[in-house]
Design a protein around this ligand. Structure first.
Ligand code: SF4
Length: 56
């Protein structure tokens, strides 16, 4: 995979862990590589998406 270039912020990332199904699509397409799957599980039993830098 080609290296990703940082792009200017165009909004704010908010993950609703309660409804995340852990599909990892957001992590795969994040242009700044800011999203990972959490180490914990939500109430549905999925590892939700989480932000590497909550300030973004
Ligand atoms: S992993 Fe990302 S794209 Fe998939 S359900 Fe959770 S927040 Fe949405």
């Amino acid at each position: 995979m080609a290296a990703r270039r940082a792009s200017p912020a165009r909004g704010r990332i908010v993950v609703n862990e309660a409804i995340c199904n852990g599909c990892e699509l957001c992590a795969a397409v994040c242009p700044n590589d800011l999203i990972r799957m959490a180490d914990h599980y939500n109430a549905k039993g999925y590892r939700p998406a989480t932000l590497l830098d909550p300030e973004w």
